[in-house]
Design a protein around this ligand. Structure first.
Ligand SMILES: C[S@@+](CC[C@H](N)C(=O)[O-])C[C@H]1O[C@@H](n2cnc3c(N)ncnc32)[C@H](O)[C@@H]1O
Length: 343
């Protein structure tokens, strides 16, 4: 049962988040050198008002689900105030290096090629133009700020839309009997939200980045209910049909096409026949035709080598090839939440 106070506190917290990250966004724009326009055609883009209204609608939908008792209001996952500010500083400190990479003045720090560390070549890149790509503690500490600035405070709420299909699928099941996995869990935000909502679930988070997993442990806290595993999405260390719930946020668009398909095949392999796979990732071309231009611009401004390929395809088609069928989709601002069932 939620009270008026709960609603006010939810609204105040989300408004403060959006204001904080929108402020970073505006300051960042002033600090970055203007980029030349892309030399490829760009589709239509929505107005700022349309995007703001859409984001508001997203928070309103989440609140309705909380009121309906599908899952609890999210607890703030932010670090202590001093640490929170340090992350903000780290973000601004990294901006000149990000800018230099955007303008092609620095692009050789994580070159593909044999590095002898066992990580795949496609993985060793400065994704988002961020220093160290996925490969350092500093990068892990500033990743969440960077992503929230990009989405002006809406990244977490987009991730949390995965909670609705999970809640509906969980109805009538005993969470203590169930095992779940977050594939490419990164700094563990979605994993933390799922754990907070259903603390009885036995969860694992898997990622190739040890520093990101370190940050995930900090966010989630010490609990035997959540294991963190260094591993690859395309070779999941789980037996066939051994997991009830598999979820993943903002991973698939970071993978080359063959690895993306391999990762989906692995999810299809490990999930039980009556289980569910929930994917949160970018909307794709044609999902919201009047927003297609944003999908054209994104990889131009951020280093996203596989994004254009991802948004140019259909997740449903790829999932079918992997042995999964779409049960439901929801568009949530710039992302799409897709629930899949084994075929
Ligand atoms: C854009 S981040 C998304 C992280 C997190 N799920 C989120 O919602 O923010 C992509 C994550 O995928 C991880 N990753 C990329 N390729 C991977 C692979 N082949 N196997 C496992 N993790 C991978 C990266 O280390 C990074 O943490």
């Amino acid at each position: 049962m939620v009270s008026t106070l709960d609603r006010l506190s939810y609204a105040a917290r989300q408004t403060a988040r959006v204001a904080w990250y929108a402020g970073h966004y505006a300051a960042g724009r002033r600090l970055l050198k203007p980029m030349p326009k892309p030399d490829h055609p760009v589709g239509p883009t929505p107005s700022r008002q349309e995007m703001t209204a859409d984001m508001r609608g997203l928070f309103a939908r989440e609140w309705r689900d909380i009121e309906a008792g599908l899952f609890p209001a999210p607890r703030p996952l932010a670090a202590e105030p001093a640490e929170f500010l340090r992350r903000s500083l780290l973000y601004f400190r990294d901006l000149p290096a990000v800018d230099a990479r955007r303008h092609g003045e620095r692009d050789d720090e994580l070159p593909p090629g044999q590095q002898g560390d066992g990580l795949p070549d496609y993985y060793r890149q400065n994704f988002h133009f961020q220093s160290d790509g996925w490969l350092s503690e500093d990068s892990a500490a500033l990743y969440d700020t960077q992503v929230e600035v990009l989405f002006t405070g809406a990244a977490d709420v987009m991730r949390r839309r995965a909670l609705r299909p999970i809640a509906e699928w969980l109805a009538g099941r005993n969470q203590r009997d169930l095992r779940g996995l977050d594939v490419g869990c990164g700094t563990g935000r979605l994993l933390a939200f799922v754990h907070e909502a259903w603390p009885g679930l036995r969860l694992s988070g898997l990622d190739l980045s040890a520093p990101y997993l370190g940050e995930a442990r900090r966010v989630i806290g010490r609990t035997a209910r959540v294991k963190l595993i260094e591993g690859a999405a395309e070779a999941l260390p789980f037996a066939d049909k051994s997991l009830d719930l598999v979820f993943s946020s903002f991973l698939l668009h970071e993978l080359p096409p063959d690895v993306r398909l391999a990762a989906l095949r692995e999810m299809a392999r490990v999930v039980k026949p009556d289980g569910i796979v929930v994917i949160v990732d970018s909307i794709q071309r044609g999902d919201r035709p009047s927003w297609d231009g944003l999908l054209d611009l994104f990889p131009h401004y951020f280093h996203e080598p596989y994004y254009a390929d991802y948004v140019g395809g259909r997740l449903g088609t790829l999932a079918a090839e992997a042995g999964l069928a779409v049960a439901e989709t929801e568009h949530a601002f710039l992302s799409c939440i897709t629930s899949l069932r084994p075929r």
